[in-house]
Design a protein around this ligand. Structure first.
Ligand code: APR
Ligand code: MG
Length: 278
């Protein structure tokens, strides 16, 4: 990629681009997000994504999930509402208008799920795909952005290249995929790489090894959902979510042992990090 269109995202960039929350606003200003996540076996992933979305500033959140997962999420995120999951439902038929949709944490892929994802692409909404929603596929041309959020293992499955090769060439491979498929690639790990379809990109400087624990990726997915609903600019939306996610971990290790961070701690970390950035 043209390195001139790549940059390291900074605290000043976040402070400059974060939507202001003052004045004449109401919950509708920030849109309703749809989170398609969690299952009876993996309810926590949806709860963590929901915490990330609410604390990041989404106006309203609806969770499309299985009934067993619903009770777990409701106890942790009473602000969310629910839609009983049935992948044969069309998003357009779900009876609500959404500003964005995030799909995948805590869901095992199957044919009905894949068909649901394909249907989501037909809707004029930004779509975030993570975890179970990441597979080897091609993406249709659409106006609203698609954001894929693989860790190196998931990206390896998506592009059929060994993780080791990916690790040595993260920017080039993420950028090639973003340009070829027309999607935003968030290639996670230390110094997360964000590649855009136009060849530009961002390297994120925040975050640390305390994030290397199940659940932290699910939280990021929720934060991304919030930001695509609250930002006008998709590049800034993605970069700010990734930066702030890492900044929470950086705040954590200033005061706590690095091994001890859990994803639900983001509930307390996000208010503090946002206070500094807003
Ligand atoms: N430095 C900075 N950030 C890091 C580091 C690090 N050393 N290690 C991890 N992270 C960040 C990543 O950038 C990403 O944002 O933590 C997050 C981890 O996300 P995932 O890898 O998606 O982890 P998560 O989904 O929460 O849990 C792992 O995913 O693939 C499944 O089966 C797998 O159960 C496992 C689960
Ligand atoms: Mg993950």
């Amino acid at each position: 990629p043209q390195t001139s269109t790549w940059k390291v995202w900074t605290e000043e960039d976040v402070a400059r681009t974060l939507p202001k929350r003052d004045g004449n606003v109401h919950k509708g200003t920030y849109g309703t997000g749809l989170l398609v996540a969690g299952s009876d076996d993996m309810p926590g992933s949806a709860a963590l994504a929901a915490i990330g979305a609410m604390r990041m500033g989404i106006g309203k959140l609806s969770v499309f999930t299985e009934s067993g997962a619903k009770n777990v999420i409701a106890a942790l995120v009473p602000e969310a509402t629910y839609i009983q999951r049935d992948f044969s439902k069309k998003i357009g038929d779900l009876g609500q208008k959404f500003a964005g949709i995030a799909i995948g944490p805590g869901i095992e892929p199957n044919e009905a799920f894949e068909a649901f994802i394909a249907a989501a692409f037909q809707e004029p909404l930004p779509v975030v795909l993570d975890a179970g929603a990441l597979s080897k596929r091609t993406y249709p041309k659409r106006t609203a952005p698609v954001i894929v959020t693989p860790h190196p293992g998931e990206f390896s499955r998506m592009i059929d290249i060994p993780s080791k090769t990916i690790a040595a060439d993260r920017i080039r491979l993420a950028s090639a995929y973003a340009r070829e498929q027309g999607v935003v690639v968030v290639l996670k790990g230390q110094y997360t790489v964000i590649a855009f379809p136009d060849g530009s990109g961002i390297v994120n400087p925040t975050g640390n090894g305390s994030l290397a624990k199940g659940g932290s990726g699910d939280t990021l997915t929720g934060m991304l959902l919030a930001n695509i609903c609250t930002h006008d600019n998709i590049k800034e939306a993605v970069a700010n979510a990734v930066y702030i996610h890492g900044a929470c971990a950086d705040l954590w290790i200033r005061e706590n042992g690095a091994a001890t961070l859990t994803a639900h701690d983001f509930s307390q970390l996000l208010p503090r990090v946002m206070h500094k950035l807003e």
